[in-house]
Write a new protein. Structure first.
Length: 263
């Protein structure tokens, strides 16, 4: 695979305030061939007008969908690429050479089924920046850990073999990653920073997400001791969630001098 076609898919909905920066970060890449698809959920805030401005430079659709993972599955069906990356409508690729660097790492790693890079996260709660993404162990995967999805390049054939499960409204990307891990897909980890994105920390963390994560873990039947570790992890996340909604999380983070993420 000397010159793999990379497809980047952006699901969007009412993203007029941010999507232009996302698109420009993709179109400014040095790597070719590169395919870019935007799957919009029927926005009425001006997002579609922005998409029209780019003419034939991007491929896009705009119609109602059944949530972000339905949109992502639509993108998979349209994609022609060998590897697919999902980039949010408020995320940007880290640099113009990002995809070129990632392709080199993928090739050096033997063209695995999944290649996982790093992302730079900006916390709106604290103004702090953190690089997220690490090499995972078997214990990490069994406890429900996954790389940030903005850094995962997956072979299109794997995503067609196991589409995002839309019964999960929050954690279908985790389900896909754990399916790949436990079904023996080749997964490699790299050092390239793929994307920049902002997060509100636990403000987009929910008890529903905890429930989905635990159901996914049960589905892949981790051993009982590992499952207990997972439950401890989600107990910690629940505590973070409560602190956030009591208005205390920012203070606690600053006192501790570090940023705990909820993902």
């Amino acid at each position: 695979m000397n010159t793999p076609l990379i497809t980047i898919i952006t699901p969007s909905y009412h993203a007029a305030a941010t999507i232009r920066a996302t698109i420009d970060s993709v179109l400014g890449q040095t790597w070719q061939p590169l395919e870019y698809i935007v799957i919009d959920g029927g926005s009425t805030d001006g997002t579609v007008d922005i998409l029209k401005e780019y003419g034939g430079k991007i491929r896009w659709t705009s119609e109602p969908d059944h949530g972000i993972y339905d949109a992502m599955n639509k993108g998979v069906r349209l994609a022609a690429g060998d590897y697919l990356l999902f980039l949010g409508a408020d995320d940007t690729l880290a640099a113009p050479q990002t995809i070129e660097q990632v392709v080199k790492e993928i090739q050096n790693a033997g063209s695995p089924d999944l290649w996982c890079g790093q992302v730079k996260m900006f916390s709106a709660d604290t103004g702090m920046v953190k690089i997220n993404g690490k090499t995972l162990s078997q214990a990490d995967a069994a406890a429900g850990e996954m790389p940030p999805h903005q850094g995962i390049f997956a072979r299109s054939r794997s995503l067609r073999e196991h589409p995002f499960n839309t019964r999960y409204r929050i954690c279908a990307d985790r389900d896909f990653f754990l399916w790949a891990w436990f079904s023996g897909k080749t997964i490699r980890f790299g050092d390239t920073i793929v994307a920049d994105y902002g997060t509100q920390g636990t403000s987009n963390f929910s008890f529903r997400g905890i429930g989905e994560n635990l159901r996914i873990l049960r589905e892949y039947d981790p051993s009982a001791p590992i499952r207990r570790l997972a439950c401890k992890r989600y107990a910690k996340l629940t505590a973070l969630f409560i602190l956030h909604h009591c208005g205390l999380l920012r203070t606690v983070r600053r006192l501790m001098g570090r940023w705990h993420t909820a993902g």
